[in-house]
Design a binder for this molecule. Structure first.
Ligand SMILES: Nc1ncnc2c1ncn2[C@@H]1O[C@H](COP(=O)(O)OP(=O)(O)O)[C@@H](O)[C@H]1O
Ligand SMILES: N[C@@H](CC(=O)OP(=O)(O)O)C(=O)O
Length: 409
């Protein structure tokens, strides 16, 4: 007998009909002689009664502390846990549920985006002795101060892998409404191809750059513990996509694609300081203050423009613009910029693949595809497996379709 960890997201827990499909996946494993730990997300998306965004919409979040918001949003997963227990029990299955404290996911106190510090699976293992199905609320943990925390949006994927680590599972199944990982979001690029395998490194880049199908911290944790993730659909019994280590993919020649995926995001902003005094270490001081403000800089560019002046450009998340503008104002006397330009309507398109480093002309192909279709590339960043271009936000979907056609069409 094996214990299978299955995670069901909001697209699976959403309604009585979607949950019927979800239960078929659990029951299949019971019929195979296995036991199931089901990690569940809140039911559905905004406007569904108990979905995370619905819960957030019924309060004024400015009037609540982050700790209070965690107490509110974690309820969505608790409701989902109890609904699934009631329905599965009614169908005659032996089911136990796990409370927040019994989950054993210990975190720091960084509410709304907590980091897991330890995972302890003894309560789940005990319950597995008494029941065939153990249902766990995803997305949450508890801090050393005994408070409920949440793991960031999309965090139930991370819960599932963390529980997989705690109970020593060799594989974690993550169910959603798509049959695994595609070469692009199939809702944006209908011709996207389903991948059989993808490496942790490529999946991490896809997730970090906008592919919400898997949470990036879940991929990091799976890579650290060498746990295979099987991303698949609640509504389709075929195999989905296996996310696993590069070594196995290389050794068994599991993936021949140069490019594994195209992804995009639409929440960036560009801040440019024009004509900064080049004699002082302006960028260094700017970065120090930006880091103190807890802001992540996605891309940075500095160019000498003559006359003892330089231009500095930053790409940040648009939610961080007010904080960065405040930092720039505080440093005005030191940096002496002639002007500061904030452009909020920025997005990103990213081409991801292990083949990038070994194939010439990849950047040129990305750049030419965009520019020849009137999409202006404002800034770029490249690594061995990722070419990212920052473009007008309104062009992000079109850019994904064009790049998919150019590389994978
Ligand atoms: N490369 C990709 N492959 C598959 N799905 C993707 C990709 N990029 C984005 N998606 C989106 O991810 C969605 C599934 O993830 P998500 O909405 O988080 O489901 P759940 O709430 O069930 O966890 C799909 O409906 C799809 O639109
Ligand atoms: N309900 C949480 C956690 C989560 O992971 O949800 P889902 O599995 O539906 O993406 C959220 O919306 O962020």
């Amino acid at each position: 007998m094996k214990v299978i960890v299955q995670k069901f997201g909001g697209t699976s827990t959403r309604s009585v009909e979607t949950r019927e499909h979800m239960y078929k996946n659990i029951i299949r494993e019971l019929e195979n002689g296995n036991k199931v730990v089901a990690v569940v997300s809140a039911m559905g998306r905004f406007d569904d009664p108990y979905a995370t965004d619905t819960l957030l919409s019924i309060v004024n979040t400015d009037e609540l502390t982050d700790e209070e918001i965690d107490r509110l949003t974690s309820i969505g997963e608790t409701i989902s846990t109890l609904v699934c227990k009631s329905e599965l029990s009614e169908m005659g299955y032996s089911v136990e549920t796990v409370t927040n404290a019994e989950l054993g996911i210990l975190t720091d106190s960084h509410h709304m985006n907590a980091t897991i510090t330890n995972v302890e699976g003894s309560h789940i293992t005990d319950k597995l002795k008494r029941a065939d199905i153990v249902i766990c609320p995803g997305f949450q943990g508890y801090s050393q101060n005994g408070k409920v925390t949440t793991l960031g949006r999309g965090g139930s994927d991370l819960s599932a892998v963390a529980i997989g680590v705690a109970i020593d599972a060799s594989e974690v199944e993550i169910y959603s409404d798509v049959n695994g990982i595609y070469t692009a979001d199939p809702r944006i690029v209908p011709d996207a191809i389903q991948l059989e395998y993808i490496s942790y490194a490529e999946m991490l880049e896809l997730s970090k750059n906008g592919a919400k199908v898997l949470n990036h911290r879940c991929v990091q944790l799976a890579a650290k513990h060498n746990i295979t993730i099987h991303a698949r659909s609640s509504f389709d019994s075929r195999k989905g996509t296996y996310v696993l280590g590069d070594e196995k993919i290389m050794k068994d020649h599991l993936n021949q694609l140069i490019i594994s995926g195209i992804t995009g995001s639409q929440n960036e902003a560009r801040v440019t300081l024009v004509g900064v005094d080049a004699k002082v270490n302006g960028a260094g001081q700017l970065f120090e203050k930006i880091a103190e403000a807890n802001v992540n800089v996605n891309v940075f560019n500095q160019a000498l423009v003559g006359g003892g002046k330089m231009d500095i450009s930053l790409i940040i998340n648009d939610k961080d613009v007010p904080g960065v503008v405040e930092v720039i104002n505080d440093l005005k006397e030191i940096l002496k910029p002639q002007k500061t330009i904030v452009r909020g309507n920025i997005g990103k398109v990213a081409v991801i693949g292990v083949g990038i480093k070994n194939n010439k002309g990849m950047f040129q192909k990305v750049y030419n595809t965009l520019m020849s279709n009137d999409i202006n590339v404002e800034m770029t960043s490249c690594s061995e497996i990722n070419i990212s271009c920052y473009i007008d936000r309104d062009d992000v979907k079109k850019a994904q379709v064009l790049l998919h056609e150019a590389f994978l069409g």
